[in-house]
Design a binder for this molecule. Structure first.
Ligand code: ZN
Length: 311
């Protein structure tokens, strides 16, 4: 075992350049990893490569186990989010908190390259996720992820309570209608959904053109995906661009009030204690948090989460 008693690893230093030979377990007791700077992606690649190695055992060879009890992993904003990078995290099946930053709002082009298929695969590989940040969304709205990524996460991650992600809102109303035919909308009866309460959309624009007359059905679709949603975090950079988020803000309490009188048609699993994670906040914009918590149906697992600003 490599460092068998190490519980927390917090570093901005590069990982080792060679693997200790024939060790069946790396970081046997490691529970938490926090990585800073350029070393972050190096460490993730190192741990994933170590898990791909096979080591001798009584019955021949077996895969090396890497940090089998890791439940929290945090990388700061130095990484590009693409399919090869995100695939490394399948090693850590027990992750509960995965907070990844990116430099998207400050970069010249969007650095978020995931697709709905990538996000869906991640959701299936990490079903215990409670807090997930895939980097602060920029305002370019060029990403390929859609509401189907939200649907996949809500369906496969039964304990998810906080989500920060890029998803394209260029034709959000149309995407929401199209998602009605997605198999995950009807995967069970009643449909299985996570108890998410906070959705962080960063700088994602939602102008009137993206919604048109479809404000109510689109919000209803979003609340079908996240029935416990009571807070949308967005960063105000233009009243025109954030028009849709404000409309949602006004209507969430009304929708949730209506849901009180309806039969519960979605599944929520009880969750343990939750602390809202610290998420990257752009420095050049003001921050708005939309909360309809006063009218959220009182169900197990629903708890108001106060906005948290990162210093
Ligand atoms: Zn971006």
């Amino acid at each position: 075992m490599l460092l068998p008693r190490l519980h927390n690893l917090e570093t901005d230093q590069s990982p080792p350049t060679v693997f200790p030979p024939c060790l069946p377990v790396f970081f046997h007791s490691l529970r938490r990893i926090i990585l800073y700077g350029p070393a972050a992606s190096g460490w993730i690649g190192f741990l994933a490569a170590a898990s791909a190695q096979r080591v001798p055992s009584d019955t021949g060879t077996q895969p090396r186990r890497v940090a089998p009890y890791l439940h929290r992993l945090h990388c700061d904003d130095t990484v590009e989010l693409d399919a090869p990078f995100i695939s490394h995290f399948r090693v850590f099946r027990n992750l509960v908190v995965l907070l990844l930053g990116n430099g998207c709002p400050r970069a010249t082009i969007c650095t978020f390259h995931l697709t709905d298929e990538d996000v869906s695969r991640l959701a299936m590989e990490l079903p215990r996720l409670r807090d997930l940040s895939l980097g602060t969304a920029c305002s370019r709205n060029t990403c390929r992820t859609t509401v189907n990524s939200l649907l996949a996460l809500s369906t496969h991650c039964k304990g998810l309570r906080f989500l920060c992600i890029h998803f394209n809102t260029g034709k959000l109303a149309r995407d929401m209608w199209d998602s009605l035919h997605h198999p995950l909308r009807h995967n069970s009866h009643p449909p299985s959904r996570c108890p998410l309460t906070v959705l962080d959309v960063g700088l994602t624009p939602l102008p009137v053109e993206a919604l048109g007359e479809e404000v109510f059905p689109t919000l209803a679709g979003l609340l079908d995906i996240f029935p416990g949603l009571n807070t949308i975090r967005y960063y105000t950079f233009s009243s025109r661009a954030s028009w849709g988020w404000r409309q949602f803000a006004l209507q969430i309490p009304n929708f949730q009030e209506m849901r009180k009188s309806l039969p519960v048609v979605f599944a929520q699993e009880p969750c343990g204690n939750h602390q809202s994670p610290h998420t990257p906040q752009p420095q050049h914009t003001s921050h708005s948090t939309v909360t309809g918590s006063a009218s959220v149906p009182h169900r197990p697992g629903n708890r108001e989460i106060e906005p948290v600003l990162r210093s």
